[in-house]
Design a protein around this ligand. Sequence first.
Ligand code: ATP
Ligand code: LTN
Length: 356
Amino acid sequence: MKKRIFSGAQPTGQLHIGNYLGALKNWVALQEEYESFYCIVNLHAITLPQDPKVLRQKTLDLASIYLAAGIDPEKSTIFIQSDVPEHAELTWVLSCIARMGELARMTQFKDKSPRSLNKRLIRARASLDAEAIRIAENEAFLDFGNAGVGLFTYPILMAADILLYQTDLVPVGQDQKQHLELTRDLAERFNRDFGETFVVPEPFIPPVGANILSLQDPSKKMSKSDENANGAIFLLDDADTITKKFKKAVTDSGTEINFEPDRPAIRNLLTIYQLLTGKSADECVAHFDGKGYGQFKTELAETTVEFLRPFQERVKDYDDASLKSILKAGAEKARSIAQNTLQQVYEKTGISGPAL
Ligand code: ATP
Ligand code: LTN
């Protein structure tokens, strides 16, 4: 029997090349070897305020992005999280064995805590970018006491996503590693307390590309919700925008183009080049030997534009009706597996069983 994969992305903001290189690219490669489930995690999306109309549209858009990136619905199961209500049900059971302390240690939650949000707001206001200010204000509003409880418990929903499918492998970027550790802890705890029920999943974090950095601030990861849109190359950016963003990308002092860890900006740009061209690290360094930053950035922009072109053409191919039919079939397949796992959980915990 094939081993199983589960992964997902949130239908918020716009997907960027960090999401692609850190996650989606590997989903596509791994679907050949594994039985794969790729989910659009709309229940995760509402941990921060969303416009309902926009959320609905982005949910469908993300399905077309999965397909255009190369996920083949004949090989993989693509579905919307909320179409399988077992995700929310298992979340409740797991939340009864999760501990406050372990959730409080999650750095992603801490990242969204008041102090860093307020810092972000100050930076956004200084940038005078209206959209950035709107996002930062929205988020700053959620100070610790006022933060939605969902933002705190969100990793439990992620654990439920994964454990429902008896998943062996979870391909994600570096930022999700800690959530995977929590998932493993919850699975082991449940198995210990109630008997063998869940497969304990392994993370798959690629050796290169798991943490693509912001083009504007290489001390941070590239992010959909970055207040500075110049920090990220979005998968749907046009050629002009891509070229401008790379031109504006910050660099390190010096002139060499190499992978030295103390030169994070250049290393990041070169990593993007490496992954998009499929060249080895040595080939990349040799290729740019003696060339300047200007030429490097121009070539990187051209490479990115060419790489994204076929993807951007394919995205337009899918109409709503065919997307919905793929998602419906995906949900049915996913649900049959999820129901089975939840049934076992309910029996083991005494929620259902012979006397009931
Ligand atoms: P963002 O922080 O950009 O909003 P996210 O992690 O909230 O991103 P998702 O769309 O749910 O957004 O993430 C999908 C996948 O992309 C996850 O596996 C995540 O680890 C990965 N990922 C996100 N940002 C990066 C990055 N900068 N480099 C590599 N992988 C990334
Ligand atoms: N938490 C992830 C998205 C996510 C996920 C998952 C990833 C939700 N459920 C299950 C892998 C497996 C994020 O915010 N990027």
